[in-house]
Design a protein around this ligand. Sequence first.
Ligand SMILES: [Zn+2]
Length: 300
Amino acid sequence: MMTKTTLFLFALLLGQFSTAQTMNKELTQEEQRVILHKGTEMPFSGKYYNFTGKGTYVCKQCNAPLYRSSDKFDSGCGWPSFDDEIPGAVRRQPDADSRRTEIVCAKCGGHLGHVFIGEGFTPKNTRHCVNSISLRFIPAQTETAIFAGGCFWGVEYMMGKEPGVISVESGYTGGTTQNPTYEEVCTHTTGHAEAVRIVFDPTVVSYETLAKLFFEIHDPTQKNRQGPDVGNQYRSEIFYTTPEQQKIAERLIAQLKVKGYDVVTAVTPATTFWKAEEYHQDYYDRKGTLPYCHKYTKRF
Ligand SMILES: [Zn+2]
């Protein structure tokens, strides 16, 4: 038989579940300070005040689409500025200071910033002054790059730091077997290389920039090894996903050869990329250590 207390707990649990379904991941302390407690991030400190990628800005807390990049402009104020919102996405309410107008996500009520009218920045005469930390950017288009340059832990770590890179996964590709495991790849019978698959926003970072970085974080003159890691799974290879990527890769290799580097990097069409076991993903970030296997060397 259910007591009042168990009924109450049950209702509480239900409430939590329905909240969890609409809410994003747990907010960090700084996200909570701004989004829940209406704080303000330092000007010129946010991720998006000086950012020009093409796409949509969604609510950090609930993922509701809020602003389009086509409505973003540079007001010089140090926070992302928009002269319009996605219709119905943003609610205006008097600020606690009773002078300004606060803006919140219409769906979840998360604090975004303030809106100012009549400043004359753009013909719409409106400035949504939004904290970067209240937003998450989703690019309109993405491109995929696949590189093999020795131990994938290090390549993943260093590529992941590049602005415009949305995600990097460690995995296996270029071989002949299906669903390879790390142990199988280590036996040198699968033909697979350790590789990373990068999804990036080409309006922020070009394939050429990423490919140059690839040649500068591993040694493209070492055949079937990278430093202490020896074996054909550690070979240097670019798996292109478009004909343009192939051209860029071959041009960069030609440039390096002119500079005297005896580049052994193969350039081949991408085939199935098999994502590696979870314990290989985000390896150095989880360990909290720097890569032993890769470092940056300027070559271009
Ligand atoms: Zn929201």
